[in-house]
Design a protein around this ligand. Structure first.
Ligand code: PMP
Length: 394
């Protein structure tokens, strides 16, 4: 390797290390379940987005195995060449039904789906109104689209109104928000955003990666939670690697929206389709998720239990609406120290630090799953109490 490249890379790494923001890659042996062996240590994990416990569900694995026999492993090519199988088509139909939209389109990752959507909808002469705490993939998508960006204060429709009132008259207006915020666990004020979209002739796009399967009677996400339909939220995106327990993503919307993505979205056209076995596994998980009222009830009970425990420790936490329950500790070093003590006690809870969250808002991001037990939540609370007291300044 050339000397200048080596020097450049070492300097970049030094900057990360000096800022105290070094991230460690851990290696998991075995399936994605609360009980894990990671880097050789037995732990109970409270960090996955597998909210319904479908990532290691036997019925989902069985569907994958069956589809492996039918389609083998490789997708071979992009969807528009010959990577699109009957398994993908069936999954898309199921997701359209699941979301109550005319049509759905599957992507290999959520990051790509967001790039595809935003680039398709807006360009240089348009304006995008973004919640300040939107997911990184949305922020990057807006940047790459070349559209003007107007960020409004987190979950603040009044501030969005001011932004809309002052926006240039030319071009289209797109309002983009997470449905459930991935680092804070709160739900976007979608009814108010939908009303503003109507009033200002803007288009509303919701990334409901963390809402699907968890919120709403049949897991239909934040739209179902608020009783909103396609008239309110015409552009809907979800990921498959969270509550659905597999990997990939989808966009759901009108026939015209989906066909426009197929015909024009570069991140759709120029990338390999997800393997068919993954599509078939996800079809099984969509069916389970729809009928998983018992899993959602258990999950809600765990969220309430955790909330009561955090209250007893004097730790603020979001309302018990979603399984993302961050404990904000402020200082990045403190968050890291407490996460490390928890790990030593056998609990995996990630410390989330800037730039993922704003400066001074480092936190433990506790996520719950329907396959956690109440005993595991109680044990985590006990370990957290000890970790807080052992931590300097804690
Ligand atoms: N949107 C949100 C809100 C997310 O949390 C994530 C994943 N962390 C993504 C999009 C990206 O999805 P994927 O992991 O499938 O690329």
């Amino acid at each position: 390797m050339s000397d200048s490249l080596q020097r450049f890379l070492h300097k970049r790494l030094e900057t990360v290390r000096e800022a105290g923001l070094w991230r460690r890659l851990r290696t998991l042996d075995g399936p994605q379940k609360p009980e894990q062996i990671i880097d050789g240590q037995r732990v109970v994990a409270f960090c996955s987005n597998d909210y319904l416990g479908l990532a290691a569900d036997p019925a989902v694995s069985a569907a994958a195995r069956e589809a492996l026999d039918a389609y083998a492993t490789g997708a071979g090519a992009a969807h528009l060449i010959n990577g699109h199988t009957r398994a993908h088509a069936e999954l898309e139909q199921a997701l359209a039904r699941f979301t109550g939209r005319e049509r759905a389109l599957v992507f290999s990752t959520g990051y790509m789906a967001n790039l595809a959507l935003v680039q398709t909808l807006v360009g240089r002469h348009d304006t995008v109104f973004e919640d300040r705490w939107n997911h990184a993939s949305l922020i990057d998508a807006v940047r790459l689209s070349g559209a003007r960006s107007q960020r409004y204060r987190h979950a603040d429709p009044e501030h969005l109104r001011q932004r809309l009132e002052r926006a240039p008259a030319n071009g289209h207006r797109l309002i983009v928000t997470d449905g459930v915020f991935s680092m804070d666990g709160d739900i976007a004020p979608l009814p108010q955003l939908a009303a503003l979209a109507r009033e200002f002739d803007a288009w509303l796009m919701v990334d409901d990666a963390h809402g699907f399967t968890v919120l709403g009677e049949t897991g239909g996400g934040s739209c179902q939670h608020f009783g909103l339909d396609a008239g309110d939220v015409p552009i809907l995106m979800g990921t498959l690697g969270k509550g659905f327990g597999t990997a990939g993503a989808f966009v759901a919307g009108s026939e015209a929206l989906i066909e426009t993505l197929i015909q024009t979205a570069r991140p759709y056209i120029y990338t390999t389709a997800m393997p068919a076995a993954l599509a078939a596994a996800t079809l099984a998980s969509v069916r389970i998720a729809e009928a998983a009222g018992d899993r959602r009830d258990h999950l809600r009970a765990l969220i309430r239990r955790l909330g009561a425990g955090l209250d007893a420790l004097g730790l603020p936490h979001p309302p018990p609406d979603t399984p993302i329950q961050p404990v904000i500790l402020g200082d990045a070093a403190r968050a890291t120290a407490i996460a490390e003590r928890l790990r030593q006690a056998g609990f995996l809870v990630p410390a989330i630090r800037p730039p993922t969250v704003p400066e001074g808002q480092a936190r433990l991001r506790i996520t719950l799953s329907a396959v956690h037990s109440e005993a595991q939540v109680n044990a985590l609370l006990n370990a957290l109490e000890r970790a807080l007291h052992a931590s300097p300044g804690g």
